[in-house]
Every structure is written in structure tokens, then in C-alpha cells.
Design a protein. Structure first.
Length: 160
């Protein structure tokens, strides 16, 4: 999986909906940005994903799929394919599957940058969220550095 070298087009045009998995919901909760994300983006998940997280009253829209027999991870990509929306996951295999299906995909680090772009969080608050995410995530140094480069591009865009 190759990392893009520029700001995703959707950062400028806007992300309306995401098909999200349990790991990303948990990351958003632990970092403290689920409310900001759900205020900006409609988060969709299969009932299986919501059940996996164990908190049914989160701002996630349960979306039923007609296909039976899918794993939780497969429901994330299937829902995104049906609705033609991006995937949000922390799982490399889910992201790889999304890419193989021609879908855009993001992790919590990229969505943190998106919140900065949309001014849902400030530049001053960004370091605390980034620090929390770094503490809980299993991101490689390459992914963390990539996220910081995207943050720099977001800041350049905001300064225009």
C-alpha cells in the first residue's frame, strides 16, 4: 500500500459519509474526537460493528446489509462499496481491501487532519489529540510522519 504524496481531494471537497469499523470507533472515543467527527461526517456501520464496540448509543448510523455471512471487517468494505463512500479503519487488511475495491480509505490520524482542515479542531489543540492518538495506536513511525506531513499541507491550505 503506497502512501499518497498530497492532500486527498476529499479534504477540500468534503467527506460526507464514512463506513467505519470498530477499531476506529474505539480510537475516536479514546482520543476524544468522536463528537467532532460525527458533527462533520455521517458515520455508518453495520449493526455487527456497533455490537462489537458494545456501546449502542454512539453517533453511528446502523446500516443493514442484505448480504449474509460476512465478517465484521468485510461488512465495512461491503457497506462502502454499496454506498460508494470511503472506509475508515485502523486495520491494514481492511484498508488494503478498500483500496483493492477502488475505495478511498482513512485512519484516525488522517481524520484528525481532516478535522483540522474543517476547523473542527484548532492548531493549538491538535498536538494534544495527536499525542493521545500516538499513545493508543499501533502506527508505524512512517505512518506518524506521513500524518504530520499531511498536517503541514492542511496548514498551508488554511493559510491561503
Amino acid at each position: 500500500m503506497k502512501l499518497p504524496e498530497r492532500l486527498p481531494d476529499e479534504f477540500v471537497s468534503g467527506i460526507n459519509e464514512l463506513s467505519i469499523d470498530a477499531s476506529s470507533i474505539i480510537y475516536l472515543l479514546k482520543v476524544g474526537i468522536l463528537g467532532s467527527v460525527s458533527a462533520e461526517i455521517r458515520l455508518l456501520a453495520s449493526p455487527k460493528i456497533i455490537e462489537e464496540v458494545g456501546w449502542p448509543r454512539l453517533p453511528i448510523t446502523p446500516t443493514h446489509l442484505d448480504r449474509k455471512g460476512l465478517t465484521n471487517d468485510e461488512t465495512v468494505v461491503e457497506l462502502a462499496k454499496i454506498r460508494r463512500i470511503p472506509v475508515m479503519s485502523e486495520d491494514f487488511e481492511v484498508l488494503e481491501s478498500a483500496g483493492a475495491n477502488g475505495l478511498n480509505y482513512y485512519n484516525t490520524l488522517m481524520i484528525l487532519n481532516y478535522l483540522l482542515m474543517k476547523k473542527r479542531i484548532s492548531r493549538e489543540d491538535y498536538p494534544q489529540y495527536f499525542s493521545r492518538l500516538k499513545e493508543i495506536s499501533h502506527y508505524s513511525e512512517e505512518i506518524l510522519q506521513y500524518g504530520l506531513r499531511i498536517k503541514e499541507q492542511v496548514c498551508l491550505e488554511l493559510d491561503k
